[in-house]
Structure formats: C-alpha cells, structure tokens
Design a protein around this ligand. Sequence first.
Ligand SMILES: Nc1ncnc2c1ncn2[C@@H]1O[C@H](COP(=O)(O)OP(=O)(O)OP(=O)(O)O)[C@@H](O)[C@H]1O
Length: 386
Amino acid sequence: MGRIEATNLSKTYGAKRAVDDLSFTVEPGVVTGFLGPNGAGKSTTMRLMLGLDHGGGRTLFDGKPYSRLTHPMRHVGAVLEAKAFHPTRTARNHLLMLAAANGIPRQRVDEVLEYVGLSDVAGKKPRTFSLGMGQRLGLACALLGDPHTLILDEPANGLDPQGITWLRNFLKTYASTGKTVFVSSHLLAEMGLMADRLVVIGRGRLIASGAVDDFVRSASRTTVTVRTPQPDRLVEALRAAHAGVQPAPDGALMVTGPDQAKVGELAFSAGVVLHELSTRTATLEEAFLEATGGSEEYIAQIGGPPGPPGAAGQFGAPGQFVPSGGAPGQFGPPGGPPGQYAAPGQYPPPGQYGAPGQHGAPGQHGAPGQHQGPPPASSSSAGGNR
Ligand SMILES: Nc1ncnc2c1ncn2[C@@H]1O[C@H](COP(=O)(O)OP(=O)(O)OP(=O)(O)O)[C@@H](O)[C@H]1O
C-alpha cells in the first residue's frame, strides 16, 4: 500500500524538454527525496504525477492514476505551491471548505492546524502569512484527509531552522508508520538529513535512484588517509597492491582501493611507520556533484552542453552504480579509471609529494545521514477520520 510508480514521464514547453522520459518508483515506509538543481524539472514532474499538467507517461498510486482514485485527498496529500490560497478566506475557513468538499469531519481541521502549529493564527487570512506559515498551511491541507501518501514540492522553502527540524522529524515519523513520502528539494544537505532514499534528476532526466547511503558510496569513493615519515616506501607497497595514491597538500597520502585495514596491513608488511590511518567517506554533496557533473546536466545549468541520453541510473549493491546519461567511467569500484582520482601507477615519482591534492581538506565533511530522532507520533496525524 502506498507505492508510486512513475513511468516515462515527459513534458515539453516549446522547444524545452522539461521532463524527459523519467521513470522511478517511490516506496512506502521511508522518506524519498526528489533531488535536482533549480530548473531540473521537479515541480513539473510532480504536477505530471498528479495529472495537473498534460504530458507523456503515467503515474500509478497503488496501481491507479490519481484521477481514478475514489477519494484522492484521503489517498494522496500534495503541496505543490506554497501560498496558493484563497485571498480573503481565513486559514481555518479554507480548511473547513476543503474538508466539507471531501467529506472529512470538521474536527480534523483543528487537529491539523494544531499539528502544523497554526492554531493561533487560524482566524487570519493566509495572504498575511509568511512563506513558512504558508508552507505549514499547505501541509495542513495535505494532511486533512490523513492520506497514505504525501507529495511535497520544496516544503522547507521559507521555514526557519526550527521549522526545518520540525518538518524533517514530522516527515520521518509519518514515513515510519508505513506511509509514503515524496519530497523535493534542490538542497543537498537538507535531503541528506531528511531522506532515506533519493530520486536524483538533472535537466528532466533521471540521474540516479536508490538509498542515500548507496548513492554516496557508489557515486564517490571512500578514501583512506595515511601519514608516514616513510612515504616513498609506503607508496611503493601501495602501488604493488594496485592502490590509487595521491599526495595531499599537507603531506598525507590519499589512498583509494584498499580499505583502512588493508592499508595498515600493507604498511606493516613493508615495515613502514604510520602516524595516521583514517577513512573519509564522501558527503551527499560530493556524491551529487560527482553524479550530476558526470552527466553534464548540472554543468548545463551554467552553460555547458546537454549530456547524451542514457539508461536509467539505478543503485544495486555498493559499487554497482550506473550513471544515467553520464560519461561512463566516472563511477566505479575503487581504483577505477583515471578521473578525479589517481589510478594505480599515477602517483608521482618519489620526491614530488608537494603537488596539490584533488580532495577537500579533511574535516570539512560530515557523515551523511545523521538524522535527529523523530518526535513521538501525533494521534492527529495517525488517527483515521474517514
Ligand atoms: N509553464 C512553463 N512554461 C515554460 N517553461 C516552463 C514552465 N514551467 C517550467 N518550465 C521550465 O521547465 C524546466 C523545469 O522547471 P521546473 O519548475 O519543473 O523545475 P524545478 O526542478 O522544479 O525547479 P525549481 O527547483 O527551481 O522549482 C525549467 O527550465 C523551467 O523554466
């Protein structure tokens, strides 16, 4: 219950292909982030999904298109545009009208107003609301029918940091009860905290879909940082084991291929003293930039050519990421082809360790997926009012 299946979605505005043969699925029980740079086609895709725009392809909610759902508001709650409210009606009246039109009990209105923190301003007109308050009212509308599925377009826009934390906890709690949450954002950090799975698009095309952690693992590689007073000997041992080695500006060695334990063993076998041995995993942001940069779709935003069409990117086991429409060879198992990382044998000859590394400074990258614990589920969101 709650599965969304979007197939071959397409939309063209004049000569502009806003959504280009986009297919993906959204599963219940987790928050799925819909990630892409501004203008990538997220809003258009969501409108297509709900039949609010005409275009190619189809979207099924538990096997049915939105237009064929018997009680759409009870099945799918959507917020596609903040502040799209009647200009003279109060927030409560707006919700009451919506409830009446959809056979939803009146008391549900006050429940959702309280739930989104708007009880105190329920008698005010939404046109006086800030963007953040508008977002909350939009969410209240979406929640009115206690739907199994939520589709939210950039819901964090306009929210203050407290509001964003509240939203994140709310969505995670909602999803944890087995419901489906599909939420768009162009903000990577936000998605890293909010989402469990991702659908990543660029220029209307699918770049990747899968678990956030798999995306980070697959679209970028883990690097072992090692520091030694005997770099030449260590480099020799690492090269012999087919590791990729690059010097960092601060004199450390950045190793790709073998994991931390293996690097330690190789150093031990070579009789090399180590002063540091640590692992750094790329952040969601690095993975995203690598993925979208590889497909040229992100680059296209700043004037580059469009990327060639490709097969849909999907995640399998870590390391099996296949880029969609991207330049092959930028992803792959550790020690892969030259690109942003040195392949085995590319390490400069001894004595040239001073060259600038291509990695960011250690300490700039937090671990992905550090979620804050969700608050206890509210009875108003979980309770049925049907
Ligand atoms: N009504 C329209 N007429 C013409 N072009 C449009 C229209 N709506 C969207 N577009 C174009 O389609 C592309 C996708 O737009 P869309 O709003 O779906 O992207 P988005 O990923 O939601 O971006 P944002 O994060 O900025 O909202 C953009 O290039 C946009 O300019």
